[in-house]
Every structure is written in structure tokens, then in C-alpha cells.
Design a binder for this molecule. Structure first.
Ligand code: ADP
Ligand code: ASP
Ligand code: MG
Length: 451
């Protein structure tokens, strides 16, 4: 069995979905399970619809709903020309948009959104794409069966970034997915979407379809997890920032996980853990270039000092200075409890005897965090910061990588620096506007120079 996930651009229209069917058609013997994202950009539109409606702009929201309905119907009609299912699928698609219009009216009346209602709206994209793609498979003579992600992807109720219940997912995969595979059919399920107890719709967070794929892969003990996207694989940097980024043919799980969590959007940061747990290799391929070599992510890869560069913009730094930290056991625990209480995750950490600096990605609960931290000492918040990281299993192995990285960055202010305990990630916090030029300089140093 393999799990193959196709991201938004890989299912953006009828042509792209046609390519998905070709790719999977060639892999039938390997018993594929297909995970699809929403049609490219649909999740953004859905969330915008919800925000517009709650903000009082109902007419705009309804207009956007009609445009999104038309887009889905157009692609479904193109894919299902001559299919006996065409009308039925069109009716189901339309019914979802009617329901969305009712929801939009309710949001307008309420004037606010809850994380739970946002998930209900965001999930529509994947629930529809899975239905459309499965019907398109059948029309092309392949036995596609649509699986409702809410039956399989069981989560807690942390809406907008729900956490999976892997025991429940293992059980549900046996109940809902394996029978489909055993009778020779192709299971097709939306990524990103899940359900909390009571079958309340949740989502795994933006970009979460990759995570759905690895959770399903782990649940069925797949032989491989394939992430099909719009670039040739994992590259030495984000190609939008570094046009000369090169394909990485093999990379270790831990390196890929670091890259993902430090900004390489090609993989959702949680994707690697389930694969590592069951030892399943993860591949990244380009759905527009299916014969490409792609990237293989596994336990072993040829050792390189620096495998890739990552970067993240819009990071916030929180600095705490406290005289009480001196010789106080348990101090760090109490500080981190504050972040935990306010569900704010911390990325980079640096400490001294009297101070601690951390970066946070999502500052939505920062006011509450700062208020609680003030009990320990002086707190300063620095916005407009960014992170650059070099990642590679050999960074700390006596190589020149760290010295070269600092030299490459040049004379820009460095606000924090951190070398991970495993020595595979060296991170610098710099001004936000320096992230792009710093990534370009780092890439030149490590990948574009003749040496
Ligand atoms: P999908 O919709 O298929 O999930 P995403 O947009 O989420 O695709 O992720 C693919 C994008 O990730 C690429 O188009 C690329 O711009 C970006 N990206 C960032 N860093 C990297 C990297 N190191 N290697 C490859 N792609 C990267
Ligand atoms: N469609 C969702 C998003 O845009 C999930 C995904 O594509 O991975 O965030
Ligand atoms: Mg993605």
C-alpha cells in the first residue's frame, strides 16, 4: 500500500486532476490511497467568505460563494462529461454551497466567528475535492471510492489546529479504508479535515493535508508516503526566494523535519513524525513532472554539512529578564508553562543566567502571555523579526558551516542565535526585512560557490 497526497495546485482544475488520475492509474498494483487538498486556493477563499460575512459584508461573501460554486461545478462538469454521475455530483456540490450561504447569513447575524465555525467552513474545500476526484476516477474507469475524512481523521477539539488521536485513526483506517483496498478499489479522502468526538468537524491547521497523508500512511503501515506538489521535490531553499535552489535527492527524516518547522512550506511540520514512528519513507514529487526523481526522506542519507537553507518571516521575539532566575530550580518550567497555558508554541530559545529569549510564530495570545510573564521580571516584545536556519546533519561536526554562515549573513544585527542539541540546525534571528537577502547569501555560500 502507498499513500499519495496531492496538494492544491495538483488538483486545481480538471487538467490537473486528469494528471492525478494518470499518476495513480500507473500505481494501481501498489494499492494507492489518495489524499487530496481542496482545489488550489479554495481554502483561502472559504476563510475569506467567513470573515467577510461576520464582518457585515454579506453581499460580497455571497458573491464569492457563487464564484466558488461555479468553479467547482465547471471543473466537475469538465471531468464528468458523459458520466452518469455528473448530475448527482453537481447536485451534491451545489447543496454544499447552499449550506455555505446559510452559514454566511448566520455569521452576518452573529457578527463574529468561532474557531469551530471556521473549521466547518474551511473543511468544505477538501470534502468537495475528494468527492469530485473520486467521481473523476470512476469516470476514467478506475474504482475510486470517496471516504469522508471525518470518519477516519479523529482529533481532539482544538479547532483550527486539532491534534490527531492516533489510536482512533488506526482503528478507523481499518474500518473505513482497508476494506476498500482489499476489494481492489482506490480510497480517496480529503486531507486537512478531521472530526472531534461527536463528529464535530475540525481541521489540522493550514497546510495540514500532508499531515493527514502521513497519519493515514502510519495507520495502514504503508510502504511509502508520497507528497505530490508543484516543485520537483524538497529543494536547497524555497525557490520563490532562491531561484537557483537545487533538488535534494535524499534527506534524513530529522533534517526534513527541521526544514519544515523552519519555513519550508513544501511539508507541513508535523508530517515527518508519524512516518518516523513506523519507519515509512516519505517522497516528494512534482505532479507536473511525474517522471522526475523527486526527494526521498528516510533514516539515512549521504552526509552533508549543510543540506538546505530555511527561513521564516513575521516572527515575534519575547525576551524576559529576571534577577530571580539566578539559581532558581524550576524557573524555566514555570516560564514555559505560561506559553503552554496560552497555547502559544515556541520555536527558538536562547538563555543566559538572568534572561531568556524565545520566538513565537503565532502571536494571537501574546498579550496574555506577556501579562503572565511580567510576574517573573521585565518583558520585552520585538516584532518584525525573522529566522534563517541552515540545516544539515554535519553542521556541528567540526565543519566550517557555522563560521561560514555567520560570515555570509554579513554585518546585519543578530538578535538571537541557537544551535540545536542534535547539531543539525543552526538558527539566527534577524530583522524581518533581512530574511530574503540573508537566505540568498547563505544559499550562494553553501550551494552556488565552486568550492
Ligand atoms: P501544496 O499545495 O502541494 O501542498 P505548498 O504550496 O503547500 O504546496 O508547498 C509547495 C511550495 O513550498 C513550493 O511551491 C515552494 O514554493 C515552497 N517551498 C518552500 N521551501 C521549499 C523547499 N525547501 N523545497 C521545496 N519547496 C519549498
Ligand atoms: N487546503 C488546506 C490549506 O490550504 C490544507 C492543505 O492544502 O494542505 O491549508
Ligand atoms: Mg502544502
Amino acid at each position: 500500500m502507498i499513500v499519495a497526497k496531492f496538494g492544491g495546485t495538483s488538483v486545481q482544475d480538471a487538467d490537473a486532476i486528469g494528471r492525478v488520475i494518470d499518476i495513480i492509474g500507473d500505481k494501481r498494483a501498489r494499492q494507492p490511497i489518495v489524499i487530496v487538498s481542496a482545489l488550489g486556493g479554495a481554502t483561502n477563499v472559504l476563510l475569506e467568505i467567513a470573515h467577510k460575512a461576520a464582518g457585515g459584508e454579506l453581499l460580497i461573501a455571497l458573491h464569492m460563494i457563487e464564484q466558488l460554486r461555479d468553479r467547482h461545478l465547471r471543473e466537475a462538469n469538465t471531468l464528468l462529461q458523459g458520466s452518469s454521475e455528473r448530475e448527482e455530483i453537481a447536485a451534491e456540490v451545489s447543496a454544499s454551497f447552499d449550506e455555505l450561504a446559510h452559514l454566511a447569513e448566520a455569521f452576518r447575524t452573529l457578527g463574529y466567528l468561532t474557531p469551530r465555525s471556521l473549521d466547518t467552513v474551511a473543511a468544505v474545500g477538501e470534502l468537495l475535492s475528494a468527492q469530485i476526484v473520486a467521481a473523476a476516477f470512476r469516470h476514467r474507469g478506475l474504482p475510486g471510492v470517496c471516504i469522508d475524512a471525518r470518519d477516519v481523521m479523529r482529533t481532539n477539539d482544538f479547532f483550527t489546529r486539532a491534534e490527531p488521536d492516533t489510536d482512533e485513526i488506526d482503528r478507523a483506517a481499518r474500518e473505513f479504508i482497508l476494506p476498500v483496498i482489499e476489494r481492489g478499489s482506490i480510497a480517496i479522502m480529503g486531507g486537512f479535515v478531521g472530526s472531534a468526538p461527536g463528529r464535530v468537524t475540525t481541521t489540522l491547521g493550514r497546510g495540514g493535508s500532508d499531515y493527514s497523508a502521513s497519519l493515514v500512511g502510519a495507520a495502514v503501515a504503508a510502504e511509502a508516503i508520497e507528497i505530490w506538489t508543484d516543485v520537483d521535490g524538497m529543494l536547497t531553499a524555497d525557490p520563490r526566494i532562491v531561484p537557483k535552489a537545487q533538488l535534494i535527492e535524499r534527506i534524513r527524516f530529522d533534517e526534513a523535519a527541521e526544514l519544515a518547522s523552519f519555513g519550508a512550506k513544501v511539508l507541513h511540520p508535523s508530517t515527518i513524525a508519524p512516518a518516523v514512528q513506523r519507519g515509512i519513507p516519505v517522497y516528494v514529487f512534482n505532479s507536473r513532472n511525474p517522471s522526475g526523481r523527486g526527494t526521498m526522506i528516510a533514516f539515512e542519507a549521504p552526509r552533508m554539512a549543510v543540506r538546505a537553507i530555511a527561513g521564516k518571516r513575521n516572527t515575534t521575539v519575547v525576551k524576559l529578564r529576571s534577577a530571580r532566575m539566578l539559581l532558581a530550580p524550576g524557573f524555566l518550567r514555570r516560564v514555559f508553562e505560561v506559553f503552554e497555558t496560552h497555547r502559544t508554541s515556541v520555536d527558538v530559545v536562547a538563555t543566559s543566567e538572568v534572561s531568556i529569549s524565545v520566538t513565537v510564530d503565532d502571536p494571537s495570545n501574546l498579550d496574555a502571555v506577556v501579562a503572565d510573564l511580567m510576574e517573573f521580571g521585565d518583558v520585552a516584545v520585538e516584532r518584525q523579526r525573522g529566522i534563517v536556519a541552515i540545516v544539515g546533519a554535519g553542521i556541528a561536526d567540526g565543519s566550517r558551516a557555522i563560521a561560514d554562515a555567520i560570515a555570509a549573513i554579513g554585518a546585519v544585527p543578530i538578535h538571537m542565535a541557537s544551535l540545536s542539541a542534535t547539531g543539525i540546525n543552526f538558527t539566527l534571528v534577524i530583522d524581518d526585512e533581512q530574511v530574503v537577502p540573508a537566505m540568498q547569501r547563505l544559499h550562494r555560500t553553501f550551494f552556488e560557490s565552486a568550492a
